[in-house]
Write a protein of this length. Structure first.
Length: 168
């Protein structure tokens, strides 16, 4: 079987406050991360059922393997994740995905796009979404890293992420 690669770019963004009410409810996800160098995630909220995903590598192009797992297996994996959990709501906006984080990461909003090739041009962001900076290569913004931060560290991280942009 040929390995599958995810080619994705991620951006720290600000969203026009009026846009949130027009977006609707979005799709809620709860993701638990297991220990290890490779990102191993169990995600609840997928229409097809709980999904186990393994990602390796870093940057724009990463190897990705995923499979739907039975509910009891997913629950056991989420339990194994312990406190390494993130919650977010996602909206599909054309080719883009807008993620608004909840809990300790509340206030963090990321915009992602999957591409066919590393050198594909990136389209303009959706109306009402302003890209502040690309964070694809910044490992602090991977979901795996975000899930490993404690509550206080998460809140400080969100504040600093936006302060860094405003200071630049």
């Amino acid at each position: 079987m040929e390995p599958r690669y995810e080619i994705e770019r991620r951006y720290l963004v600000r969203v026009n406050p009026g846009l949130w009410s027009r977006l609707g409810t979005g799709h809620a996800y709860r993701q638990g991360y297991l220990r290890g160098r490779t990102s191993v995630r169990i995600r609840f909220g997928e229409p097809r059922g709980p999904v186990l995903t393994c990602k390796s590598g870093s940057g724009v192009k990463r190897r990705e393997v995923e499979t739907v797992v039975p509910g009891d297996v997913a629950e056991a994996l989420m339990e194994a994740a312990g406190k390494r959990v993130i919650e977010k709501t996602r909206w599909a906006l054309g080719p883009w995905e807008l993620d608004r984080f909840a809990g300790p990461l509340e206030g963090l909003t990321l915009l992602e796009i999957e591409l066919e090739a590393v050198d594909d041009p990136v389209p303009s962001p959706p109306d009402g979404v302003r890209i502040l900076r690309e964070v694809t290569e910044d490992k602090r913004f991977t979901s795996n890293h975000l899930a490993r931060m404690g509550k206080k560290e998460s809140k400080r991280f969100v504040i600093r992420a936006y302060e860094e942009v405003e200071a630049a």
